[in-house]
Design a protein around this ligand. Structure first.
Ligand SMILES: [Zn+2]
Length: 435
């Protein structure tokens, strides 16, 4: 059989570009991926590519004819689709698994919250927006850590090497030898603890503590709020207990008011010929701020357009309703005529269906109803928050923008991760009341 072209290291593009030269963050374990793996449902998988490559290179790939998928295209996933998970499970069969592969698997399987896994994934890829990274992107000249004044503030500094982090870990680790904790490089370090090999700290606690240290650092940098290391230890133990309890639950649990069942929740693309508009609102209290965001995606899951909006003040319901108004406007403007609008606000959906003129948000509700009467089909669905992470992320960006609506014709970098997360069909468990 002919040797398949290697996507990252062969010169298969017309201009002889070698892709790996343009992908500084490419994990080692993806190097041998054949070109056919860049194709999803008969098209170049731009999200996957944009995660590692600059826009101009992805555009170059998009100009290249899509290779025909033959039967052996991707047989390692039962539904025939390429997913990172199946790629990693395949590469794991090699005689000497590389650290990078194992590190990825350990993150994917870590017994923790999905948002913590997402953080770990960014951490392992060196993609956290630390001061050292901000300096590299010419966003600042100051690479130092705001907590200790030392640095440079890189990933490992925040979660491990900063004196503040060291103090936090000290009690949690009890008598773990320092050499084990400090001598290895970042990927080996997280792999060791995430794969549950330590006797003093389990993977859930390890993952949670890294995440809480990162959150604490952000609270300090952006909001001037710093917890003590004892508080972080406490929060970390609490988070661990909550997660372990949730994981220990029977698949079906009985609670007052009915039976609940654990279900895997993830974003689903709309049917053929439809577009999906996800919207979300967000409120923070110090400083008081309201924002919303929305994403339009096609039936192949591809990004069409998105927006974020800073609304100033107001209630969460106002933000959710405003999110729906802007989302509908953008979809109409885009020429969409079959629209599935997904909101995670039961309140917003109920108000649109039932509210009367006396309601305090009636003017917004009537704006939405007026739009629904246009010559198009719009269905409004309620979805769980676990299926709306990408939009939740956009809504949270809105707070730091100028007042008004900001339309994105291309996804911003931080959104790429979540689009990719949705496109590969990632799911998060949730207890759902059974009908
Ligand atoms: Zn520091």
């Amino acid at each position: 059989m002919e040797e398949p072209q290697k996507s990252w290291s062969d010169r298969w593009l017309d201009d002889n570009t070698i892709l790996k030269d343009n992908a500084p963050n490419l994990p080692m374990e993806l190097l041998d991926m054949p070109v056919i793996e860049f194709v999803l449902n008969g098209k170049w998988n731009s999200y996957f590519l944009l995660y590692y490559l600059p826009h101009d290179v992805v555009s170059q790939i998009n100009l290249h004819p899509v290779p025909v998928e033959d039967a052996r295209a991707w047989r390692f996933n039962p539904n025939g689709e390429f997913t990172l998970r199946s790629a990693y499970e395949l590469t794991d069969n090699t005689a000497e698994p590389k650290v990078g592969q194992q590190a990825w698997r350990s993150v994917w399987k870590a017994p923790t919250l999905q948002r913590v896994r997402a953080f770990l994934c960014l951490m392992n890829h060196g993609r956290l927006l630390t001061n050292a990274e901000r300096a590299r992107r010419h966003l600042t000249n100051d690479t130092s850590c705001k907590i200790c004044g030392g640095g440079p503030e890189m990933n490992l500094h925040i979660v491990r090497d900063c004196p503040f982090a060291r103090a936090t870990w000290a009690d949690l680790l009890e008598d773990e030898p320092d050499s084990r904790f400090l001598e290895t490089d970042g990927q080996r370090w997280s792999l060791y603890y995430l794969s549950g090999r330590s006797n003093t700290i389990d993977a859930t606690m390890f993952a949670g503590t890294c995440w809480l240290l990162w959150k604490n650092r952000n609270d300090f940098v952006f909001q001037d709020k710093l917890k003590t290391h004892t508080q972080i230890q406490f929060n970390s133990r609490q988070l661990r207990d909550e997660i372990i309890n949730a994981l220990d639950q029977e698949k079906t649990v009985f609670v007052t008011g009915g039976t609940r069942e654990q279900r895997q929740i993830g974003w689903q693309p709309p049917k053929q010929d439809w577009v999906c508009v996800n919207t979300d609102g967000s409120v923070i209290h110090s400083p008081e701020s309201t924002s919303c965001g929305g994403i339009i995606r096609g039936s192949d899951g591809r990004f069409v357009r998105a927006y974020t909006a800073n609304l100033g003040g107001g209630s969460i319901t106002r933000a959710e309703l405003a999110g729906i108004v802007y989302g509908l406007d953008l979809a109409w403007e885009q020429g969409a005529r079959k629209v599935l609008l997904q909101t995670d606000s039961v309140t917003a959906k109920t108000l649109i269906e039932n509210a009367t003129e006396q309601h305090m948000h009636y003017s917004q509700i009537s704006e939405i109803r007026r739009r629904l009467q246009r010559d198009w089909t719009v269905r409004i669905d309620h979805i769980f928050r676990e299926a709306n992470f990408a939009t939740d992320h956009l809504a949270s960006i809105g707070h730091s923008q100028t007042i008004g609506v900001h339309v994105m014709d291309r996804p911003c970098t931080s959104l790429l991760y979540w689009l990719f997360f949705d496109q590969v069909g990632s799911e998060t468990p949730r207890f759902v009341r059974m009908q």
